[in-house]
Design a protein around this ligand. Structure first.
Ligand SMILES: NC(=O)C1=CN([C@@H]2O[C@H](COP(=O)(O)OP(=O)(O)OC[C@H]3O[C@@H](n4cnc5c(N)ncnc54)[C@H](O)[C@@H]3O)[C@@H](O)[C@H]2O)[C@H](O)CC1
Ligand SMILES: [K+]
Length: 245
C-alpha cells in the first residue's frame, strides 16, 4: 500500500488509507499492538485522542461552559485530557467524575492527577451529589460523554445511568467520546439508557455498529479522531482488507 495513495479526510488529518469500520475487538487490539509492538506509550494514545476530540468539540459548538462526564476507565481518562485542551483553547470545561478517584488506574489516573494539578474544575459525583449534578446538566450548553467506551459491559448502571438520563433531558449540545455510553458498538443496539449524542468523536475508525438501523439517533454526526498509531499499523485495517477481528 503506497502511503497516501488512497488518502481520505478523517477528522482534519489525511490518513494513509480509508479505514474500514472496525469491531470493538479490533479497535482494542490496535491499542495493544500500538503499545506492545510499536512501543507507543498508552499515555501518548490518550493524549492524541483527547486533543483530537477537543479540536472536534471546538469546531462543532460555540459553547463556552462545557460539562465533561467522566467514568472510571480510560474513556474517562480521555475526558480529563479533553478538559485540559479545551481550557487551552479558551473554553471553560468542568469535569464531573462519576467514579471513585481512588480506583482510577494507569493513564486515566495520570491524567486525573494532571487535571487536578492544573486546577481544572473537577468534582467527584456520588449518589448523594447526583441531584446537584442533574440541576447543573439541565442548564449546560454542552455536555461531553466520557463515561463508557469500548470497555463497557451490559446496560449502564448506577450514577452513570442516572447521568445519561439527565444529559438526555437537557437542552445541551451533546458529544459522545469514542461511542455513546450505552450503545453496543458492534451491533449498534442502544442499552437502557443510552446517551443521545449530536456529535460522536470516535477513535481510529468508525465502529461497525454505527451503520446499524437506528444507531444514528444515538451517534449523531460522526468524526473519526486518529490516535497517532503508525500508518504501517493502520494499513493492516485498510478498507480493502478484512482481518476478521
Ligand atoms: N485505541 C483506542 O481506541 C484508544 C482508546 N482509548 C479510550 O479507552 C476506552 C476504553 O477504556 P477501558 O478502560 O477499557 O473501558 P471504559 O473506560 O470504556 O469503561 C470501563 C469502566 O466502566 C465501568 N463499566 C463497565 N461497564 C459498565 C456499565 N454497564 N455501567 C457502569 N459502569 C460500567 C468499568 O467498571 C470501568 O470503570 C476507549 O473507549 C477510548 O475512549 C484510549 O484512551 C486512547 C486509545
Ligand atoms: K462515551
Amino acid at each position: 500500500m503506497v502511503l497516501g495513495s488512497t488518502g481520505t479526510h478523517v477528522g482534519d488529518q489525511v490518513t494513509a488509507a480509508a479505514l474500514r469500520p472496525l469491531t470493538r475487538a479490533e479497535v482494542r487490539s490496535i491499542d495493544e499492538i500500538a503499545i506492545g509492538e510499536y512501543g507507543m506509550p498508552g499515555i501518548c494514545l490518550m493524549e492524541n485522542a483527547g486533543r483530537g476530540a477537543a479540536e472536534q468539540i471546538v469546531a462543532h459548538t460555540p459553547a463556552n461552559e462545557i460539562a465533561i462526564l467522566c467514568g472510571g476507565g480510560n474513556n474517562g481518562g480521555d475526558g480529563f485530557v479533553i478538559a485540559r485542551h479545551l481550557e487551552l483553547m479558551g473554553r471553560r470545561p468542568h469535569v464531573f467524575l462519576l467514579a471513585d478517584p481512588g480506583k482510577l488506574a494507569g493513564d486515566a489516573l495520570t491524567n486525573w492527577q494532571i487535571a487536578m494539578a492544573g486546577k481544572i474544575a473537577c468534582e467527584v459525583v456520588d449518589e448523594r451529589s447526583l441531584p446537584s449534578l442533574q440541576r447543573k446538566l439541565a442548564d449546560a450548553a454542552c455536555i461531553v460523554d466520557a463515561m463508557l467506551g469500548t470497555g463497557a459491559s451490559g446496560d449502564p448502571r448506577g450514577a452513570i445511568a442516572l447521568a445519561i438520563q439527565a444529559a438526555n433531558a437537557a437542552k445541551a449540545f451533546r458529544v459522545a467520546i469514542d461511542l455513546p455510553s450505552g450503545l453496543d458498538c458492534d451491533t449498534g443496539s442502544p442499552g437502557n439508557p443510552c446517551f443521545r449524542a449530536d456529535l460522536t468523536c470516535t477513535f481510529v475508525a468508525e465502529k461497525i455498529g454505527f451503520d446499524a438501523a437506528g444507531a444514528r439517533e444515538f451517534t449523531g454526526t460522526i468524526r473519526v479522531v486518529p490516535i497517532g498509531a503508525p500508518a504501517d499499523l493502520m494499513n493492516r485495517y485498510a478498507a480493502s482488507e478484512s482481518n476478521g477481528g
